[in-house]
Design a protein around this ligand. Structure first.
Ligand code: IMP
Length: 423
């Protein structure tokens, strides 16, 4: 069975933990989009690991991890991640880790351009500053540099010369800053190519052959549905397809070979960066939940914006991603509340909206309608059987299932690997 795990909100739903658990039972785990803007945290026996590019399944001995062609790679960041793991005693073996030669490379000018573009915008996106948007923009503009190009000195030279001629002119004339020197980048990126070469191959062929041999695959989404370039809250999104549909283009595996999609959702909602967020807390709850849930970005450390669970938003995700199972993460963060609200719809100009709005202005001005449920005010942390959850916690989950029209299979109630209920 080949399964996809995606985030159904704005990212940071806790996918890292679920993927860490599910990847124990599959042969191969694949990243298919995004770059080191992502941050997946996994806690194993009091040791915390934060992954930005490596699939978190790298922690399981004997399992294979793949970075698919849809991912953009900052080679310096990837090498640091590999070396960081090796320092902690985990060797990243070539037979266990594969990188697609088609991955586009984040270059130093992408990172700088990311910051400069943000500084000029009237409406800042609040990017992670990792150069992700400019790198994907070059991919689509057909001037990007790919992993396989780092292994070919002549091709790299010619592509880099072309890119710098254009980029340096932009830096100087549009942004009034100095451009980049060819030699420094050329040498540095050839070295990265040499270091990563043993891992590089045509991973699309590798994955399809593995499927033919009845190996099982878990596809690990980064970010979340509402950061998707097509279906997210554009323009406050990332530059890739983070929805289930992104798997096919980002890995070379056909939709006919994917069997199930699981969505990860937080028991509430968070968002990092700018953009509309209808159920965002305006009361002191925003600090309370942020502190209890440790809601600070795993990549940038920025405080996350927090709010109530939005079923209008997540139901849309369920539809777009064809979700058949839900994982509710961080239920324990709500343990102390006496009342819990769920957004069941939006009103705009006094009228109830039937579907998730396409118009940015409507979404920005939408007023959420809430249903209030009693809290459970006791700890759920560490409970392993669904029936042992407080009755009001079960009522909350049941109501979410009704609103979202899909069943909840996993309930996470703590940061550790074993703090999860499987139904
Ligand atoms: P970019 O992907 O760095 O271009 O940032 C675009 C938007 O996506 C910003 O609002 C970021 O905060 C958000 N974003 C990117 N990656 C993540 C993530 O892994 N979790 C949550 N938000 C993210």
């Amino acid at each position: 069975m080949n399964v996809v795990v995606v985030g159904a909100q704005w990212g940071d739903e806790g996918k890292g933990k679920l993927i860490d658990i599910l990847s124990q039972d599959v042969d191969i785990t694949v990243r298919y989009q995004g770059g080191n803007n992502a941050g997946h945290t996994v806690v194993v026996k009091d040791k915390e690991y934060v992954f930005h590019l490596l699939p978190s399944a790298i922690l399981h001995k004997g399992k294979v991890c793949v970075i698919g062609n849809g991912v953009v790679i900052d080679p310096k960041a990837l090498i640091e991640e590999i070396e960081g793991l090796e320092k902690r005693g985990l060797k990243v073996l070539v037979k266990r880790f594969k990188i697609s030669g088609f991955c586009h490379i984040v270059m130093p000018y992408h990172r700088i351009l990311d910051g400069l573009r943000e500084s000029k915008r009237k409406n800042r996106i609040g990017t992670t500053g990792r150069g992700i948007g400019p790198c994907y923009a070059d991919k689509v503009a057909r001037c990007g540099i790919r992993m396989v190009d780092l292994l070919n000195p002549n091709l790299l030279r010619s592509k880099l010369e072309d890119n710098l001629a254009e980029k340096n002119e932009t830096f100087e004339k549009v942004y009034d800053t100095k451009g980049f020197s060819f030699n420094k980048i050329y040498k540095e990126y050839l070295e990265y190519g040499k270091r990563l070469a043993p891992y590089v191959e045509n991973t699309a062929l590798y994955l399809n052959e593995a499927i033919d041999k009845k190996k099982t695959i878990l596809f690990e989404g980064a970010q979340g549905t509402f950061l998707d370039i097509d279906f997210g809250t554009y323009p406050f999104v990332t530059s890739s397809n983070s929805i289930v549909g992104g798997v096919c283009c980002g890995s070379g595996v056909s939709p006919t070979k994917i069997h199930k999609a699981i969505a990860c959702v937080k028991a509430y909602t968070t968002r990092v960066g700018e953009g509309p967020f209808p159920t965002e807390f305006t009361t002191e709850l925003k600090d309370e939940i942020r502190i209890k849930g440790n809601e600070f970005g795993a990549t940038t450390g920025r405080p996350r914006r927090c709010g109530w669970f939005d079923s209008m938003l997540v139901r849309y995700s369920v539809i777009i991603n064809g979700i058949s199972e839900l994982a509710i993460m961080k239920l324990d963060v709500l343990d102390d509340l006496d009342k819990i609200q769920i957004c069941t719809g939006y009103k705009y100009n006094g009228k109830l909206l039937k579907t998730f709005p396409m118009d940015f202005e409507v979404l920005t001005k939408a007023v959420p309608s809430y249903e209030t449920l009693p809290g459970w005010q006791s700890t759920t942390c560490g409970i392993t059987r669904y029936k042992d959850l407080p009755v009001n916690a079960r009522k909350y989950i049941k109501r979410l299932e009704e609103l979202l029209k899909v069943g909840v299979k996993y309930i996470s109630n703590g940061t550790k690997r074993d703090q999860i209920i499987k139904r």
